[in-house]
Design a binder for this molecule. Structure first.
Ligand SMILES: [Zn+2]
Length: 412
């Protein structure tokens, strides 16, 4: 016997198999059913336990033997920017060095320049297209960082666009302030001046406008030092923000241990994380967000220490890292495929990384990322034979239906 059916049911998903993503596993229920009441999951179990209990006026979603999974949670993106960097991609393939690309005005500063120059409407229109693309990939919860403004006005413009995208889109969007993404050119000789601007001016203003829930920093040789990161995080915590860190992507700056000590939700990238720092992450329940798209585009060779994370039982999330420079990837199924082939993760780990562990990385596990009673009804019906197909099919997204918070957002 499953749990007792609630009196009021709006929608039943029937003729389906469920991958609930509970108990740290895919957790299959063959011949299952899911009930939705208002915007929440109100019953999960075997279809045979429903016998005779479906009322005539209940909306039925017949899944035709398909699979129902929780919507994907993309826990790390830089989705709002203007301009394009495909010319740089081509230059690199034609043999240009980073210096040559940088000398022609390329690199992250080309995105900063284009984003500063673009109107809020233009940034919104481009962002909306990307959000819709991600939705059609089965992503129902999304994190977006600011970080291509690097001045107060443009950073606020980006966060306002993210807020508007959240209001206008079916999927749920969490905003993260990444003012410390890189040092803007006008502060090239005054890094501490920029840290002061971020901590004393930008952070209080972002808080006053209440348009971000988390604060992120790029802690790296080409980003910010551990001490600079600490200064920003201390202020962010005082103001009540969650914290997340771009840590150990290209070298070991020992940022992950700092983030862990300060209670970060996640450390992201982590190719060069040390055993000592990873142990601190485990101790403080920090999620490891792995970003194989950037690893692939940058042709990195050092993989994140997956075995170490397994041994320490650190939950691993996987995310697109959607951004114009190092990961212009708009597909969670492609990212899961990369996680398997580039990082040697199992299909189960990649699927958990794209669902419940992504939710944990955003502090949203109580309401997102798995099919459980009481959670938001964010459900995707897939035309697949088994859950591993989503890692195997490499970019294909054979979706029949997407429900977000009880409303149908897409249906073929
Ligand atoms: Zn990133």
């Amino acid at each position: 016997m499953g749990p007792i059916l609630p009196d009021k049911i709006d929608t039943f998903f029937t003729h389906c198999h469920l991958a609930t993503m509970t108990d740290n596993a895919i957790s299959v229920i063959n011949n299952g059913a899911v009930a939705v009441t208002d915007n929440k999951i109100s019953w999960v179990g075997k279809e045979k336990d429903l016998a005779g209990n479906i009322k005539k006026d209940t909306n039925i979603v017949d899944c035709h033997d398909g699979w129902v999974l929780p919507g994907f949670v993309d826990s790390h993106t830089h989705l709002v920017w203007a301009g394009s960097r495909s010319n740089e991609f081509e230059m690199r393939l034609n043999g240009a060095s980073y210096e040559e690309i940088s000398n022609t005005g390329g690199g992250i500063f080309s995105t900063v320049k284009a984003t500063r120059a673009a109107s809020k409407e233009d940034v919104y229109i481009q962002g909306k297209k990307r959000v819709e693309t991600l939705l059609r990939q089965g992503i129902t919860t999304l994190e977006i960082k600011s970080g291509y403004g690097l001045d107060l006005g443009t950073e606020l413009k980006l966060l306002e666009v993210i807020e508007q995208l959240n209001k206008d889109s079916a999927l749920h969007i969490e905003a993260t302030f990444l003012g410390a993404h890189t040092l803007p050119p006008e502060f090239a000789n005054n890094p501490d001046g920029y840290i002061d601007l971020v901590t004393e001016i930008m952070l209080p203003e972002v808080k006053a406008q209440n348009i971000a829930t988390a604060v992120d920093v790029f802690c790296e040789k080409i980003g910010f030092t551990r001490n600079q990161t600490k200064k920003i995080f201390k202020k962010a915590k005082d103001l009540g923000f969650n914290i997340k860190l771009h840590a150990e992507q290209l070298s070991d700056s020992n940022g992950a241990s700092l983030a862990a000590e300060l209670g970060a939700l996640s450390c992201d990238h982590l190719e060069y994380v040390s055993q000592k720092s990873a142990k601190k992450m485990a101790k403080h329940n920090v999620i490891a967000v792995l970003l194989p798209g950037a690893f692939y585009y940058l042709k990195q060779t050092q993989k994140p220490p997956i075995d170490l994370f397994r041994n320490l039982k650190i939950p691993m999330a996987v995310s697109t890292d959607l951004n114009p420079g190092s990961s212009p990837v708009h597909s969670m199924t492609l990212i899961m495929n990369m996680a398997c082939l580039l990082f040697d993760m199992t299909c189960e780990e990649a699927l958990l990384g794209a669902t419940i562990n992504g939710a944990k990385a955003l502090g949203l596990a109580p309401s997102k990322g798995s099919i459980e009673m009481g959670k938001d009804a964010d459900l995707v019906v897939w035309d697949i034979d088994r859950p591993a197909d989503l890692c195997y099919l490499s970019g294909l997204a054979p979706i029949e239906l997407i429900m977000i918070k009880g409303n149908i957002a897409f249906k073929i």
